[in-house]
Ligand binder design. Structure first.
Ligand SMILES: N[C@@H](CCC(=O)N[C@@H](CS)C(=O)NCC(=O)O)C(=O)O
Length: 220
């Protein structure tokens, strides 16, 4: 059975978890935090990032690599169209979400979520880059009602996990939700995906962990 390693507050972990649940692939979860110096963990995820998976054949890291492996190994309940062009269009969207939106917004997380600070000059740079990239994403995303159109795809696993973070981080740090400002009205879309039992399971697990961490902090 596949083991998904990481933790439920990680958007990339939740991207993979949502795909596993959507595809109906049995899996178990193993708690693994980032920045490990454990040789065994580094042999699975050489940069110490999560998620990674353990399989009967070995381990695999990088969320999109994992999603594409799952798609090839478990073709039932596909999360990609069969047409090569349409498949590539879904991958294009995932690349925009992971690389051009989330990875840029991620630089705001220390201040948005972890009590740190992001310098004024970095904020200005990130605002400029995100504004440009959001305009690009808006040209590609269909919201029809799913990101690639009529069907739920890998792009929705990435989008559901990461778009709220981009919106929230920019709102908290830059004073403006840059997705909304750029005409990407993500909240109804997240609510729509959130009606799926799979997304509800991922969100409930994340909430349980958030509550547990908050209780631990309060205790001491
Ligand atoms: N490109 C990676 C990104 C994964 C990632 O950045 N995960 C975060 C947690 S959400 C992490 O491990 N951060 C720790 C680090 O970058 O060292 C993927 O798609 O899996």
């Amino acid at each position: 059975m596949i083991t998904l390693c990481g933790f439920s507050l990680s958007n990339y972990y939740n991207k993979v978890k949502l795909a596993l649940l959507e595809k109906g692939i049995p899996f178990r979860e193993e708690l693994c935090m980032t920045g490990s110096s454990d040789e065994e963990v580094l042999s699975c995820s050489p940069l110490g990032k999560v998620p990674f998976i353990r399989t009967a054949q070995g381990s695999l890291c990088e969320s999109q690599v994992i999603l594409d492996y799952l798609e090839a190994a478990y073709p039932e309940t596909p999360l990609l169209p069969t047409d090569p062009w349409q498949r590539a269009k879904v991958h294009e969207l995932v690349t925009f979400i992971d690389l051009h939106l989330e990875l840029v917004a991620r630089e705001l997380y220390p201040q948005a979520f972890f009590g740190g600070t992001v310098s004024e000059s970095n904020q200005a740079r990130i605002r400029k880059q995100l504004t440009k990239n959001i305009a690009g994403f808006k040209r590609l995303a269909k919201f029809g009602p799913y990101l690639a159109g009529e069907h739920f795809t890998q792009a929705d696993c990435a989008g559901w996990a990461s778009l709220p973070l981009v919106g929230m981080a920019s709102k908290i740090v830059l004073g403006e939700d840059l997705l909304v400002a750029g005409g990407v009205n993500w909240k109804p879309y997240i609510a729509l995906v959130g009606e799926r039992p799979t997304a509800q399971k991922v969100a409930a697990d994340r909430k349980a962990d958030q509550d547990r961490i908050a209780a631990l902090k309060q205790a001491g």
